[in-house]
Design a protein around this ligand. Structure first.
Ligand code: NI
Length: 171
């Protein structure tokens, strides 16, 4: 297992669309294990393959308190969104230090493959539903700051570019 480097917004690779996984094999399971390790180490509650520069439809999520409920979604799709919406504060490992309110469906039903290549359905609400929507967005090349105003997005880009330059000059 290995920790994978996480891309930071506004890296253009975060805007790439991920391709469907054709075959769930040991190589893919190895990627899933590395992604889970990277997510737990960060620490975060969700990570999409796009964020580690692998453009395939793979997501890992764990919203449990004791980090004991790893959920892997391969080729995930949202089948249904509940009518109720919720506004909650989101952050992202690719947008370090930034937390903003985002409006999403409170409840969703999704379908995906698990690490054995078996199809399953997931009904989720609240934090888990928000997390699934956030991570699926990543696979479509979308980052949560895309929901914010142009002005807010510009400020975030400016701040992160400055941080990246600082990090590069001290390296
Ligand atoms: Ni994210």
């Amino acid at each position: 297992m290995a920790l994978l480097p996480i891309l930071h917004y506004p890296d253009p690779r975060l805007f790439k669309k991920a391709a469907k996984v054709e075959r769930v094999d040991d190589t893919l399971r190895c990627l899933v294990a590395d992604m889970a390790e990277t997510m737990y180490a960060a620490p975060g509650i969700g990570l999409a393959a796009t964020q580690v520069d692998v453009h395939r439809q793979v997501i890992v999520i764990d919203v449990s308190e004791d980090k004991s409920q790893l959920l892997t979604l391969i080729n995930p799709e949202i089948l249904q969104r509940g009518e109720a919406e919720c506004i909650s504060e989101e952050g992202c490992l690719s947008v370090p230090g930034i937390y903003e309110m985002v409006k999403r469906s409170h409840q969703i039903r999704a379908r995906a493959l698990n690490v054995h290549g078996e199809s399953f359905e997931l009904e989720a609400e609240g934090l888990l539903a928000v997390c699934v929507q956030h991570e699926i967005d990543h696979l479509h090349g979308k980052v949560f700051v895309d929901y914010l105003s142009i002005l807010k997005r510009a400020r975030i880009k400016h701040k992160l570019n400055k941080l990246a330059k600082l990090a590069a000059s001290s390296a």
